[in-house]
Design a binder for this molecule. Structure first.
Ligand code: DSN
Length: 411
C-alpha cells in the first residue's frame, strides 16, 4: 500500500492498526472472516472505476464488455457451487438482497412468515423497527425452547391462520441445521413462496456440510463474506421462472450501479470455495465449533438451541451472573472479540441482552484446530467466571498474543 502510505498516512495507519488488532486477537464474531489476498486484490482493483448498470449484454453504459466477463464468471461459479438455476450477484449486501427478493414477489400489505429476531432471525426478516415491516405484514414464528428446533406444528398452524404469501427461513443466530423439506411442504399446502436466507451458513452449504435449500426453494439469499469467505456483498439465487422478477427488483428497482470490484472478489471467493480444500476448511469450522461447545457445556454454561450443528454458538451468560454486554466487554479487554446477542424470548434489552454469540470461521481460516479451540474456550471460561480480575485479563491477553503469533494470516 505504498501509494496510500505516501498520500494519506492517517488512513494508512488506521488500516495497519486494524490489521494488528485482527492478527493479535481472537476473532469470534461468527459473521466475520478473513479473505484471501487474491480476494483482497480483486476488491481493490481498477474495476472500482466502472459503472455498469444493467446486466451482462444489456447495460446502460458503454465499455462494459470486460465487466460482463467478470459478472458472468461470478454467476457461473455460484451456479456450480450451489446448484442454482439463476443467480444475481449484484446485491450490495444481505439486507438489499432480502429486500430485493421481497419486492420481486410481494405486493404492499402481503403477509410473510419469518423467524422472531430473538430466536435467531434477522432484522430484515420483518422486525418492527425496519421500514419493510411497514410495507409487508410480517408474522413471526419461534423455536421450541426445550428442543431448540423449529416447531413445525406451530409454523403450519400459523401458516394456515395467516396465509402468508412467503415463508421465510435461514437465520443469523441459529446454531442448528434446517429441515427445508418441512418448510416447503407447509408452503405448498397454502401455495406460498419459499425463501431461505443462508447468509451465515453459505460456506458450509457450498462445501456440502449442511442441508442445501437451493433445489427446493424458490429463492435463496446470502451474503458472501461470512462462512463463504468472500468480499462484503450479497447474492440471490432463484428458480428460472423468477429470474426476471429478481433481476428487475435489484436493478432498477432497488439499486443503481453494481460494485464490480466486489463482484470480481465474489468470483474469486467462489473459485476458492470450489476447490477440495474448502470442504476441509468447512469441516474444520464445524469441528472447532463442536470443541467449543463441549468445553462450555462441561463448564456449566447454558447453550441456546441445545448446542451447535454449524459454525456458531449462542450462549446464555446470565447464569454466571453476567449480562451479554458485560461478557462482551471483559472478553474484548483480553482481545477476544464476539458480540452480545439476544437469546430466545430474552427478557433483557437488545443493547444489554442475556447472551453472547460466537463462532469459528475466522480462527479456522488462520489454521487453528481443536487443540487451540480448547485453549480459547478455557481462556473465555476463566474470564467469564472472573470478570473483575485485571491480572487475569492482562495475562490472558499476553497468552493470546503468543498463540496468535503462530497463526498470522496477514503478514
Ligand atoms: N450483521 C450480520 C451478523 O452479524 O449476523 C447479519 O446481517
Amino acid at each position: 500500500m505504498t501509494a496510500l502510505k505516501e498520500f494519506d498516512s492517517e488512513i494508512y495507519n488506521l488500516i495497519e492498526k486494524e490489521k494488528e488488532r485482527q492478527m493479535n486477537g481472537l476473532e469470534l464474531i461468527p459473521s466475520e472472516n478473513f479473505v484471501s489476498l487474491a480476494v483482497l486484490e480483486a476488491n481493490g482493483s481498477i474495476l472500482t472505476n466502472k459503472y455498469s448498470e444493467g446486466y451482462s449484454g444489456k447495460r446502460y453504459y458503454g465499455g462494459c464488455q470486460i465487466i460482463d466477463g467478470v459478472e458472468d464468471l461470478a454467476i457461473d461459479r455460484a451456479k456450480k457451487l450451489f446448484g442454482a438455476e439463476h443467480v444475481n450477484v449484484q446485491p450490495l449486501s444481505g439486507a438489499p438482497a432480502n429486500i430485493g427478493a421481497y419486492f420481486a414477489i410481494l405486493e404492499p400489505g402481503d403477509t410473510v412468515l419469518g423467524m422472531d429476531l430473538s430466536h435467531g432471525g434477522h432484522l430484515t426478516h420483518g422486525h418492527p423497527i425496519t421500514y419493510i415491516s411497514k410495507i409487508f405484514n410480517f408474522q413471526r414464528y419461534k423455536t421450541d425452547l426445550e428442543t431448540g428446533l423449529i416447531d413445525f406444528d406451530n409454523v403450519r398452524k400459523m401458516a394456515k391462520e395467516f396465509k402468508p404469501k412467503l415463508i421465510l427461513c435461514g437465520y443469523s443466530a441459529y446454531s442448528r441445521d434446517l429441515d427445508y423439506k418441512q418448510f416447503k411442504e407447509i408452503a405448498d399446502e397454502i401455495d406460498a413462496y419459499t425463501m431461505a436466507d443462508i447468509a451465515h451458513i453459505a460456506g458450509l452449504i457450498a462445501a456440502g456440510k449442511m442441508n442445501n435449500p437451493v433445489k427446493e426453494f424458490d429463492i435463496v439469499t446470502t451474503t458472501t463474506h461470512k462462512t463463504l469467505r468472500g468480499p462484503r456483498g450479497g447474492m440471490i439465487m432463484c428458480k428460472e421462472e423468477l429470474a426476471k422478477k429478481i433481476d428487475k427488483s435489484i436493478f432498477p428497482g432497488l439499486q443503481g450501479g453494481p460494485h464490480e470490484n466486489l463482484i470480481a472478489g465474489k468470483a474469486v471467493a467462489f473459485k476458492e470455495a470450489l476447490q477440495p480444500e474448502f470442504k476441509t476448511y468447512a469441516e474444520q469450522i464445524m469441528k472447532n465449533a463442536k470443541t467449543l461447545e463441549k468445553e462450555f457445556i462441561e463448564a456449566g454454561f447454558k447453550l441456546c438451541f441445545n448446542g451447535t450443528e454449524n459454525h456458531l454458538i449462542l450462549m446464555d451468560v446470565t447464569s454466571k451472573g453476567l449480562s451479554g454486554k458485560e461478557a462482551e466487554k471483559v472478553l474484548d479487554a483480553a482481545n477476544i472479540t464476539l458480540n452480545k446477542n439476544m437469546i430466545p424470548d430474552d427478557p433483557r434489552s437488545p443493547m444489554d441482552p442475556s447472551g453472547v454469540r460466537f463462532g469459528t470461521p475466522s480462527l479456522t481460516t488462520r489454521g487453528m484446530k481443536e487443540k487451540e479451540m480448547k485453549k480459547v474456550a478455557q481462556w473465555m471460561i476463566a474470564l467469564l467466571e472472573n470478570p473483575k480480575d485485571e491480572k487475569l485479563i492482562e495475562s490472558t491477553k499476553k497468552e493470546i498474543k503468543e498463540l496468535c503469533n503462530d497463526f498470522i494470516f496477514y503478514k
